[in-house]
Each structure stands twice: as C-alpha cells, then as structure tokens.
Design a protein around this ligand. Structure first.
Ligand SMILES: [Fe+2]
Length: 234
C-alpha cells in the first residue's frame, strides 16, 4: 500500500513538472491543476513603489552577471596553461558571493510582497563580461571596474527608492509616495558597505601585486598567487 502511495505521488509530481507542453500534456490536462490558487488577501501592507521595485529586479540581473564574470575569471586562472590557483580560488569565492547578493535581493522583494509575478523574468541569460586576462593584475583591475559599476547602480537604486512623487491612488486621487526608508537603509547599510569594503580590498591587492611585479616580475605574481591560495592578507 505504501509503495502504491509513493508511486502515485511521484507520478503526480511528474505531471506537475512536465506541464502543458510535454508529450504527457493531454493526460496531465485531465488532472487537477498543481498550481496553487492565489489568495485574495489585503494589499495595504505592500508599499514598495514600482520604479523602486523595477530597480531591485534589475539589480538581481546585475548580481548574476557579476557572478558569471567572476566564475569566468576563476575558470580562466584555474586552467592548466595559466595555473594560478590562488586567483582561481578568490574569483570562485567572489562568484558565490555575488550569487548570494542576488538571493538576498530576491528575499527582500519576497518580504515586501513584491515578488508575485514575472518571477521567471528575473534572470535573463547572464553572460560574463570577459573570458581572458593578460595577467592577475589585469583581472583585478577588471574586477575593480566591475565593482565600481555595481556600486553606482546600488547608489542610483537608493536614490530612486527615496524619491517621493505624485501618483493616482486606488480611489482616483493624487497622493504623494513616501521615501522608502527601510529599503534605502538596507541598501546603504548592508550592500553599499560591502561594496566599499570590497573595492578597497581589490584596490589594495592590485597595489601590492603591482609592487611585487615591479621588483620581481613574473615571480611576483607567482608569490602573490601563493599568498591568495593560503588565505594570507595581501
Ligand atoms: Fe554584489
């Protein structure tokens, strides 16, 4: 009996996953829909304004592009012909951090009731911004440029989210929107803080690497890579 229940559950789950476009669609269409019905709940608590929400959604894509860019950097330095495991480790870790940033923003939108539609449009085929680098210093420089552009986007987003404007409300009257204090505080206190610390870290690393290469050439990059691999501060 238990086997039958498990089998039935697996088959039903299979129908849900396959969807209407599959070869099983005809049979699946005769089954009850697996999609949960959206509840008719009050929406007074949902107070994020559309321009701000749109910026947050765009930022999710930006974070995934950053993640892919660091993933490509990590893969570049990990390949046998380049073989800089310290750089590879650092960039693979950065890729994970950027992915976590995207997840944090998704979590914030969920908390504010602003992720109820077009969820599938949040991530649109993110491509890395580069795939080859002439040296470790070149990659660090590119990473710093990338982080500066992300910082600008977060700053612009905070500006949009704190800007008050007139809009027509549900009763057809004009009303003034409010500065989204909580979101702006979250962006500036959490995200921007991490951005500034990350930028300073990259700038410092680039400076140290350039000095080591000035005095020791390729050996300088080799030693710098060893320090990155061992988690030493550089
Ligand atoms: Fe990020």
């Amino acid at each position: 009996m238990l086997k039958f229940i498990v089998l039935a559950a697996i088959l039903l789950a299979g129908y849900c996953v396959q969807g209407a476009d599959s070869v099983l669609s005809k049979r699946a269409s005769r089954l009850p829909s697996c999609r949960s019905k959206l509840m008719d709940a009050p929406t007074d608590w949902i107070t994020m304004e559309d321009p701000c929400t749109e910026k947050m959604r765009e930022q999710i894509q930006t974070e995934f592009v950053a993640s892919m860019t660091y993933l490509a950097m990590g893969a570049y330095f990990a390949q046998d012909t380049v073989n800089r495991p310290g750089f590879a480790k650092m960039f693979f870790e950065s890729a994970s951090e950027e992915r976590q940033h995207a997840i944090k923003i998704i979590g914030y939108l969920l908390m504010r009731g602003k992720l109820t539609s077009d969820v599938g449009q949040l991530i649109r085929d993110p491509q890395p911004l580069g795939s080859t680098y002439s040296s470790g210093a070149d990659a660090l420089k590119n990473a710093l440029i990338l982080e500066a552009s992300v910082t600008r986007k977060i700053t612009e987003m905070a500006k949009v989210c704190e800007t008050e404007f007139e809009k027509v409300n549900a009763t057809g009257h004009f009303e003034r929107t409010m500065n989204d204090y909580h979101l702006v505080d979250w962006l500036t206190g959490d995200f921007l803080n991490e951005q500034y610390e990350g930028q300073r870290d990259l700038a410092g690393k680039l400076s140290t690497l350039n000095k080591m290469m000035e005095s020791h050439g390729a050996l300088g990059e080799f030693l710098f890579d060893k320090k990155l691999l061992n988690g030493n501060s550089v």
